[in-house]
Design a protein around this ligand. Structure first.
Ligand code: SAM
Length: 452
C-alpha cells in the first residue's frame, strides 16, 4: 500500500508526491511534484509554479530536505515574462497580484524570490486546500477530535465530507498503521458526501494523498440512507456531523432501528455496540443547535453540551505612545488635570498620524519592490503586515534607542486582530451510552458482585 506523505513524509520531498509550497504566511500552495528530477539550470520539463516572486520548476523542488528554502529559477515563465516585457515597453506601473499558477511552460526570464517546501500536514492542507465549501479550521477540529476521543485505532464517521479539511485531521488522529492481511482492526474514517461533484473530487484527493485505505468515501444522502457501508456497520465510536440539518441524520445513529425506515430497508447500527459513542455536530446558527439538542434528547444522547471556540490571534507590541523615556511628558503617570489630559491626547493623535503616514509609505515602497522582484521574504512581510491590518503596530525602527532597556521604550500592549472572524460554528457534543445486554450484566455481576 502507498504510504501517505501526510502520515510519513520522510526526510525529503519526493517526485509524484504532495508538498506544500509556502509563499508567505497566508499563501500556501499544495502541489504534487511531477517535474523531471535533475533537470539543468531550471530548464525543467514538466510543471512550473509561477508566482509573483518568480518561477519554480517542480524539478527544483524535488528531493529537497523538508523545510528547504528554494530560490526562484534564474529564468521566468513565458506568461509572466511576456507580461513584464509588455509592461516595460509601455512603462506601465506594475500592480501584478496574480495568484500562483502551475503551467507546463518553459521558464524564460530571470526572477529572484524564494519559497519554502513544507511537508503536508492536516494543518497546512486546511490553510491551502481548494475550497469547495466552508471548512472546519484547525482551532475547531483540534478541540473536536479531543472531545470525541479520537485516538489511534478508532473508527470515525464524518458527514458531509465537503472540502476534506476535517477528513485529513481525523485520519491522522486515528491512524495506527495500514490494514493488514490478517484483518486486524486499524483506525479508519468513514466519510459521507451527498454532492456528487464534491464526492468525486474528494475521492480523487484522498487517493492522490495515499489515504484511500484509511478513508472510506461514500456518496450518500445520510438523512435518508444512513451510515452503513455496503450494508455493513462501520462500528464507529466517534461521529462528526457538519451538515445543514444534523437532527435529520441522528435517527440513523442509534442503537435501535429508526422508526422512519421502511420494513424492507436493511438496518444494523453503524455504532460500535460495546463502547459509549462520542458525537459532535457543527452548526453556524443557534436555531440549528436547538433542533439538534431536541433530537438528541429524544434519542437517548446524554451529557449534551454546546461549546463555541472563540479563537483569536493576539499581537503583542510595544506601545510607542506614552513611553517611559526620561523627560517624556506623556509618561505613565496620570495627568494632573483636564487640560493636561487634552494636551496629551493631541500629542498622541499627532504621533499616530505621523506614524500611520510612515507605515503607509513603507508598505507602498515594499509593494513596489515586490513587483520589481524584491526578495520574497521582504515582500511577504510587507504583505503580511497589510493583511494583518497591523501596520500601525510595527514600531518605526529608527526611533528606537537600543541602549535603553526595553521597559523605558514604552508599554507592552496586546491587540487582537480585528478582522479575524471569531464565530465559526457552535459545537454540540453528546454521548450515547453503551447498551448493556443481559449477558453483559451477568458477566459484570460475576466479576464485581455488588451488595454481597
Ligand atoms: N467538514 C467539511 C470540511 O471540513 O471540509 C465541510 C463540510 S460542508 C460545510 C457540508 C457538506 O455536507 C457539503 O459538502 C454538503 O454537500 C454535505 N451534505 C449536505 N447534506 C448532506 C446529506 N444529507 N448527506 C451527506 N452530505 C450532505
Amino acid at each position: 500500500s502507498t504510504v501517505s506523505p501526510f502520515l510519513h513524509s520522510g526526510p525529503r520531498t519526493k517526485k509524484d508526491s504532495i508538498a506544500i509550497v509556502h509563499l508567505s504566511r497566508d499563501n500556501l500552495v499544495p502541489t504534487i511534484l511531477n517535474g523531471t528530477v535533475g533537470a539543468v539550470d531550471g530548464y525543467a520539463e514538466g510543471n512550473v509554479i509561477n508566482t509573483r516572486f518568480g518561477s519554480f520548476p517542480h524539478s527544483t523542488l524535488i528531493n529537497q530536505p523538508w523545510g528547504s528554502q528554494v530560490r526562484a529559477s534564474i529564468v521566468d515563465t513565458g506568461s509572466r515574462g511576456r507580461k513584464r516585457k509588455a509592461r516595460e515597453e509601455t512603462d506601465e506601473p506594475s500592480n501584478d497580484t496574480e495568484e500562483p499558477t502551475t503551467s507546463a511552460k518553459k521558464p524564460t526570464a530571470a526572477a529572484s524570490g524564494f519559497v519554502h517546501v513544507l511537508p503536508p500536514t492536516p494543518e497546512l492542507w486546511t490553510m491551502g486546500l481548494p475550497h469547495r465549501t466552508q471548512v472546519v479550521y484547525t482551532p475547531d477540529y483540534s478541540y473536536i477530535l479531543h472531545r470525541i476521543r479520537a485516538r489511534p485505532g478508532m473508527r470515525i464517521i464524518e458527514a458531509g465530507a465537503g472540502s476534506g479539511s476535517f477528513t485529513h485531521a481525523s485520519v491522522r488522529a486515528v491512524y495506527n498503521g495500514y490494514p493488514t492481511e490478517s484483518g486486524s482492526q486499524k483506525g479508519k474514517v468513514f466519510s459521507f458526501e451527498f454532492n456528487e461533484a464534491r464526492f468525486h473530487q474528494m475521492a480523487k484527493e484522498i487517493d492522490a494523498h495515499g489515504l484511500k485505505e484509511l478513508v472510506q468515501m461514500t456518496h450518500r444522502d445520510v438523512y435518508n440512507d444512513g451510515f452503513l457501508v455496503n450494508g455493513e456497520s462501520p462500528a464507529a465510536e466517534s461521529v462528526f456531523l457538519d451538515l445543514p440539518a444534523p437532527w435529520k441524520a441522528l435517527p440513523h445513529l442509534s442503537r435501535s432501528r429508526p422508526a422512519t425506515l421502511s420494513a424492507e430497508q436493511p438496518w444494523v447500527s453503524p455504532l460500535r455496540p460495546d463502547r459509549p459513542v462520542h458525537l459532535c455536530t457543527f452548526s453556524p446558527c443557534i436555531e440549528q443547535v436547538t433542533r439538534t439538542v431536541d433530537s438528541m434528547r429524544r434519542l437517548g444522547w446524554m451529557d449534551i453540551e454546546m461549546v463555541e471556540v472563540a479563537h483569536r490571534r493576539i499581537n503583542v507590541v510595544r506601545e510607542r505612545i506614552g513611553s517611559n523615556l526620561p523627560g517624556d511628558r506623556s509618561s505613565n503617570q496620570n495627568p494632573a488635570d483636564v487640560s493636561e489630559a487634552l494636551d496629551r491626547l493631541r500629542e498622541v493623535e499627532g504621533r499616530f498620524k505621523e506614524f500611520h503616514g510612515r507605515g503607509q509609505k513603507a508598505t507602498q515602497t515594499a509593494d513596489a519592490d515586490a513587483d520589481g522582484d524584491l526578495d520574497m521574504g521582504d515582500a511577504s512581510e510587507a504583505k503580511d503586515s497589510k493583511t494583518n491590518g497591523s501596520t500601525e503596530q510595527s514600531s518605526p525602527k529608527k526611533d528606537t534607542d537600543s541602549s535603553l532597556p526595553p521597559f523605558m521604550l514604552g508599554n507592552l500592549v496586546h491587540r487582537t486582530e480585528p478582522e479575524i472572524k471569531t464565530h465559526t460554528s457552535y459545537l454540540v457534543f453528546a454521548v450515547l451510552p453503551q447498551e448493556w445486554t443481559e449477558e453483559q450484566e451477568a458477566e459484570v455481576y460475576q466479576k464485581w458482585p455488588c451488595g454481597q
